[in-house]
Design a binder for this molecule. Structure first.
Ligand code: AMP
Length: 399
């Protein structure tokens, strides 16, 4: 069985064709600059990388181009579209309407369209991607896989904000969480690695990248997560502020003469590591600047590690103890100094890192970086959100 995984952005579209027998991507790529001049498709297959420059007016053009390349005699990996069994679409926000992976139908698309205001930057492009695939791949089974659905198991006291209950009911303002496919994948892989039943494990998963979130997973189910109604909440991120007192934000908007929209843009795009350091949103730049003695880069990294540490502490308590901490995503997989800072001085809580293992380079495999005598295991696990989408899609279409 082969599943095409689509992750559509407003002007880009990423894809992977996954062979479910081996769970390997047999082709993958990205369409860039959809709807703007300078369209480009980067396609990787057969161990090679190919670049095609072609204008794509719409997501439908992009999907048509992807299918052309997937079935091409020279750069393709299948003879025809018939060899693609189903398509899985990444969708960011599910609201409360969808709590699990859902088949794409006229009815479910109508519901999905009502959810765009929950994720105005992310859901509308996903809808464009789904509609494009439905136009080009008529009759093909498709599923929508949500970033939020792994978090649907949070208890009400964890996802509620302290607001008027009627307002929650009417406007659905609550914590939803994000990066769910990643948290689901790495917590599942951790259980496999440890040779334990997920039902018996308490795991904290730290997805630390340009966007970062931390989740508490008990018995294989998410019981809390650091992101909220939107991905702005939680730890400070590349350019996002993370948690901030709403009244402080309102005060700042007033002082800076920013309207609500501009203010939200400020919190999403100009804060976090970038704002704190004045250097960069990129952790590679920050660690380099910090080594050279830049004190604001040091401050940004310290703020990040401290915020992560506090979530680890809080979730250890929420979980009633801890068996395993997992680091994943760009920073989590590649930056030993951040992992060491997040878990520093936690021996009293059973977390002891092995410095040598922590500093070993990322080879793309699962690595155990806790000391042999550490009661809590600490793992680095490369995330694979596309594989989760493909597995969920295979299951939803009934294979
Ligand atoms: P992500 O959002 O998961 O792609 O993560 C991006 C972040 O990971 C950036 O801040 C990068 O600086 C950081 N990072 C650190 N080392 C690496 C690496 N070797 N490859 C990719 N990202 C890295």
């Amino acid at each position: 069985m082969k599943i095409l995984v689509i992750n559509a952005g407003s002007s880009s579209l990423k894809y992977q064709l996954i062979d479910m027998q081996t769970e390997e991507a047999i082709a993958k790529g990205t369409c860039e600059r959809i709807g703007i001049a300078g369209g480009k498709l980067t396609h990787k297959a057969r161990g090679e990388s190919f670049v095609f420059e072609k204008e794509m007016e719409s997501h439908t053009d992009a999907i048509a181009l992807v299918l052309e390349k997937l079935t091409d005699k020279k750069v393709g990996v299948v003879k025809s579209m018939d060899e693609i069994d189903a398509v899985g679409h990444r969708v960011v926000a599910s609201g409360e309407e969808f709590t699990k992976t859902t088949l794409v139908t006229d009815e479910t698309m109508k519901v999905l369209e009502t959810l765009s205001e929950l994720a105005p930057l992310h859901n509308p492009p996903a809808i464009l991607g789904i509609n494009a695939c439905r136009a080009v791949m008529k009759g093909k089974k498709m599923a929508m896989v949500f970033d939020t659905s792994f978090h649907a198991t949070m208890p009400d006291y964890a996802y509620m904000y302290g607001i008027d209950y009627d307002d929650y009911k009417q406007h659905k303002v609550r914590k939803y969480g994000f990066h769910g496919t990643s948290h689901a994948f790495v917590s599942g892989e951790a259980a496999k690695y440890l040779g334990k039943n997920p039902a018996d494990l308490r795991i904290i998963t730290c997805h630390l990248g340009n966007g970062s979130s931390i989740s508490a997973v008990k018995g294989g189910k998410c019981i809390d997560t650091s992101m909220g109604f939107t991905p702005l909440a939680g730890v400070p991120m590349g350019t996002r502020s993370g948690d901030i007192d709403c009244a402080a934000a309102e005060f700042l908007f007033r002082k800076k003469g920013l309207g609500m929209q501009e203010g939200m843009n400020y919190l999403n795009k100009k804060c976090g590591m970038l704002g704190l350091s004045g250097v960069s949103s990129d952790f590679r730049d920050l660690t380099a600047a910090c080594k050279e003695g830049n004190d604001r880069a040091r401050l940004a990294l310290d703020c990040f590690a401290y915020a992560c540490k506090k979530y680890v502490g809080a979730y250890m308590v929420a979980l009633g103890g801890l068996d395993c901490v997992v680091f994943t995503a760009g920073v989590g997989e590649n930056t030993p100094s951040v992992r060491a800072a997040v878990l520093s001085d936690m021996q009293a809580f059973g977390i002891v890192l092995d410095e040598t293992e922590n500093n070993r380079g990322n080879d793309g495999t699962i690595r155990e970086i806790s000391a042999k005598n550490s009661p809590v295991k600490v793992l680095v696990i490369p995330t694979n959100e596309e594989l989760v989408i493909a597995r969920e899609t295979a299951q939803a279409v009934g294979s």
